[in-house]
Design a protein around this ligand. Structure first.
Ligand code: ATP
Ligand code: MG
Length: 649
């Protein structure tokens, strides 16, 4: 962004108050904001009491060497004990931890007692392979129960895991293994996706072929497809199944490295984000309790993310298990064997809390509301969104067609780096505005500043920053403290720079406006791609939109939009449709935002975590050859778009 602040264009008047029954019984009330404001560190110390500590901490926060934070200094605990054993000891061993559903329809029910035995066996197996406290373990697996079991086994013995998303290539896996200097890889022969088995072991073979650090590859049999077998490969069922199902969980320091997770790399070389033990578990457990209003006795919770992303780490594994929740875990895609699979699962398991991403919601909008309408979704009571700004229209659709107009939607802003949710409504407190992440959570100091680091007034826009350390913050970039400082702490002195643009509305509520790199400069105005996309999605015939700024001789940058029509849109081929959309945007946001060009496309390029990759669309809009497409889910999407390209108008 240039010297100017971000224009604040979108006006949204709709409000959704918390349902009175939910508000009356809510886990967290409005008082939490005052409590945390009075004594921020005392507030976090009270949240840390939710965990079981082997040794209590001496100091809540040591910030004597910023930006390197230490939380709960002197405290000791075991994450796996907190997530599993203590629930069994409390008499909840028979409670379901995961209702697991494979894509082909096979199921497994895993109780906390089952999980305790499985984690102990896996921990003993890792020890037998020579994995020691402090070693790194790479995990490259499908969404099967052995994945959380392996993560917890690592946490238990103090090995630091590095989960690599199962859709990444051998190259991507190799880079991450080398960077973390992992000692072993845990994988499976493969998994199921879109009705077919795919291979993982073969990818691992390629990735570790010349590895200097890998001593063994531990392999779960999931699909029974043929695999090559090397001398250092070990079958899970041969090694893990014969282990003792008892293992004493040692206490680890609150700052012991729990995991490394590489950010998806939408913006460059992947960064190994390091999370540690006590502060991380405190914040994921508390946010899961507060933001989703989780009642572990009665709720059935489902987060549809892949565990390969931070959302899965924090809100499929660590947060829910620390809270003793019952979760659904699903292996496959939403359209296999049919487009109602997710709604079928919600109906089957009577899911009460559902957490997904805007990209999924917009896909369901495209497919049409008659699909969820065929299922009984009346068990739902809270809906969550994460990953991108949620367009107001997608929020309203989600609330209405999935949430039956009764469930609050919590739009949760956070990052791999923040470890846990930072900005979000509280479902029993906040009157939600469609498209707004609303307020920093109690105990979190977020603000929007201009390029002089001054807080912008209500109604203004600028850069999202975090002003105080938080318990689940990244501690560094693995092996690269300089890059940690350079990336997050050098744009503004003493402030964490998140890389996202945001605005404050007239009430002081926060709206995320996408990455700062994506902001457009049109005739001297900074305009957010998110706002123009949301204006397009508010047209009844549009399901999804991506907007980029292309160099323009007159305006500096001009707005170029790519839209996917809804299934119900009818004929969208002619110039009339494009004109209708351009006029619609001008009406909603003002004439300056009228796109120069709109292309109707069948798909949009997305990262493997489902985010729109505007960089590639910018290449298209500026008639350049395409940049790196390796992080795309499906690179043929770009061919489909190229076919649709008119000569630039
Ligand atoms: P990389 O940093 O490697 O480019 P990434 O930023 O996509 O990848 P994540 O850490 O998974 O990886 O995503 C965090 C980013 O996602 C945020 O910085 C923000 O841009 C976006 N985001 C997440 N949740 C929200 C939300 N609720 N509203 C708006 N944006 C969100
Ligand atoms: Mg990022």
């Amino acid at each position: 962004m240039s010297h100017e602040t971000l224009s604040n264009l979108l006006h949204e008047a709709r409000r959704f108050a918390p349902p009175p029954e939910l508000a009356a019984e809510a886990n967290v009330t409005g008082d939490a904001y005052d409590d945390a404001a009075d004594d921020r560190l005392g507030y976090w110390a009270r949240q840390a009491e939710r965990l079981t500590w082997a040794k209590r901490w001496d100091t809540v926060l040591d910030w004597s060497n910023p930006p390197f934070a230490k939380w709960f200094v002197g405290g000791e605990l075991n994450v796996a004990y907190n997530c599993v054993d203590r629930h069994v000891e409390a008499g909840n061993g028979g409670k379901v931890a995961y209702h697991w559903e494979g894509e082909p329809g096979d199921t497994r029910t895993i109780t906390y007692a089952d999980l305790q035995r499985e984690v102990a066996k896996a921990a003993n197996a890792l020890l037998e392979l020579g994995v020691q406290k402090g070693d790194r373990v790479a995990i490259y697996m499908p969404m099967i129960p052995e994945l959380p079991v392996t993560m917890l086994a690592c946490a238990r013995i103090g090995a630091t895991h590095s989960v690599v998303f199962g859709g990444f290539s051998a190259d991507a896996l190799r880079t991450r293994i080398d960077d973390a200097q992992a000692k072993i890889v845990v994988t499976s022969d493969g998994g199921y996706r879109r009705g077919k088995p795919y291979a993982l072991k073969a990818v691992v073979d390629e990735a570790v072929a010349n590895s200097a650090t890998i001593t063994n590859v531990l392999v779960v049999r999931r699909t029974s497809q043929a695999v090559e077998w090397n001398g250092t490969d070990v079958w899970w069922h041969e090694l893990v199944d014969r282990q003792s199902d008892e293992h004493d969980a040692p206490a680890h320091d609150a700052e012991h490295p729990l995991y490394i997770l590489y950010t998806s790399g939408t913006t460059g070389k992947p960064k190994g984000i390091l999370h540690t033990t006590g502060g991380y578990l405190t914040q994921v457990a508390w946010t899961h309790h507060a933001v989703f209003d989780l009642k572990p006795e009665t709720d059935v919770y489902w987060c549809s993310a892949d565990i390969g992303w931070v959302t899965g780490h924090s809100y499929i594994v660590y947060g829910p298990l620390a809270n003793g929740a019952t979760s659904v875990m699903y292996e496959g895609t939403p359209d296999t064997p049919h487009r109602g699979r997710w709604w079928e699962l919600i109906e089957k398991y009577k899911v009460t809390i559902f957490y997904t991403a805007p990209t999924a919601i917009r896909t369901f909008m495209k497919w049409g509301e008659d699909i969820p309408a065929q299922h009984d979704l009346s068990s739902l009571r809270v809906l969550g969104s994460v990953g991108e700004p949620i367009n107001p229209e997608a929020y309203v659709w989600y609330r209405e067609h999935i949430g039956g107009d009764r469930c609050p939607v919590v739009d949760t802003w956070w990052q791999t780096e923040t470890g846990a949710i930072m900005i979000s409504p509280l479902p029993g407190v906040t009157s939600g505005k469609p498209g707004a992440a609303m307020r920093p959570l109690p105990g979190i100091a977020a603000d929007v500043v201009d390029d002089q680091a001054q807080s912008v007034p209500d109604g203004g826009g600028g850069f999202l920053v975090l002003k105080e350390p938080w318990p689940s913050m990244l501690r560094t970039i693995w092996g690269d403290d300089d890059r940690f400082i350079e990336t997050y702490w050098s744009r503004f002195e003493n402030l964490y720079f998140a890389g996202d643009g945001a605005k404050k509305d007239d009430d002081g509520d926060l709206w995320l406006l996408g990455r700062v790199d994506d902001v457009m400069l049109v005739s001297g105005h900074n305009i957010s791609t998110t706002e123009v996309e949301s204006a397009l999605v508010s047209h009844p015939k549009v399901a999804e939109a991506a907007v980029v700024g292309a160099t323009d001789p007159v305006t500096g940058q001009a707005i170029v939009a790519f839209v996917i029509p809804r299934g119900s849109a009818g004929n969208v081929d002619g110039d009339d449709f494009v004109k209708e959309l351009r006029d619609h945007v001008a009406k909603v946001l003002g004439a300056i935002t009228k796109p120069r060009q709109i292309m109707v496309v069948p798909e949009l390029p997305k990262t493997r975590s489902g985010k729109i990759m505007r960089r590639l669309l910018r290449d298209v809009a500026e008639n350049r050859s395409l940049g790196d497409v390796t992080t795309l889910t499906d690179s043929s999407v770009m061919d489909l778009i190229a076919e649709k390209l008119p000569a630039a108008k």
